[in-house]
Design a binder for this molecule. Sequence first.
Ligand code: 0XT
Length: 308
Amino acid sequence: AEKRVQELHVQLNQLNYEYHVLDQPTASDAEYDQLLRELINLEETFPQLKSPDSPTQRVGGAVLDMFEKVQHQSPMLSLGNAFGEQDLLDFDRRVRQAVGDQISYVCELKIDGLAVSLRYENGLFIQGATRGDGTIGEDITSNLRTIKSIPLRLNKPVSIEARGEVFMPRKSFEALNALKTERGEELAANPRNAAAGSLRQLDPKIAASRNLDIFLYNIADVGETGVTSHSAGLDLLESLGFKTNKERRKCASIEEVISYVNEWTEQRPNLPYDIDGIVIKVDSLAQQEELGTTAKSPRWAIAYKFPA
Ligand SMILES: COc1nc2nc(N)nc(N)c2nc1C
């Protein structure tokens, strides 16, 4: 039975990864449900074979009476803002003054959701927390476990802290408000608020019903991973089984950054989720180190905000 349980873990994790991380399912929901049903039955018959990273353990039972506080191992910074092309040119000039002209940027969509931090030890998802005030957040592990694109076990037994944005896809938002309309409940104002409300639920079953998703965009302790660029860090996150946003692009100049910003200003309505800007980062970690951070935000990154 133990062998079969391990086989089912591997199969179910792979199918879950293809469906929720790659958005490229190779099996039908019925096939997935049948395998899950087999694992549930085996775990009921042999309780000692049930492990916390089992695909059956995503929606915990207990309703919490509050969220514990969590101190982040390194502060979760915020981003300085740019509101127009001139601000981007000024940012580029400051960067060049500090680290010279050999620079490349990474541009990423700024997802309109909630920043969270995910901590893994030896490949196991141990704890997840909200950003809070950047230093102290709230432990929402049980709610984050219900997000199917968050791996309960990584592809390698590494200890790492990944940070990213939890969001509610527009389709989930519309379904939620259709349900609220039926129930005569007040509608959620926008997907970001709906995602925030869902993560604040003390009952993980409610969070599980909201079909949240996540894109990871940072490694908190990236210096310890041996990668030398932000983009290599994102590739590492992908190799471990995390979901990252595929629209990111390396830009060799601020002019390329500006054309990426213009492209997504136009393409924004076609995305299946809300974005409120574009994040531009210096790619080299050595240059990020040289630029450093202010008390609250990195000097090597800036968020271009779309006009409201
Ligand atoms: C390096 O720090 C950050 N990077 C980010 N990247 C993306 N894509 N989106 C964010 N919201 C974001 N926020 C912060 C503080």
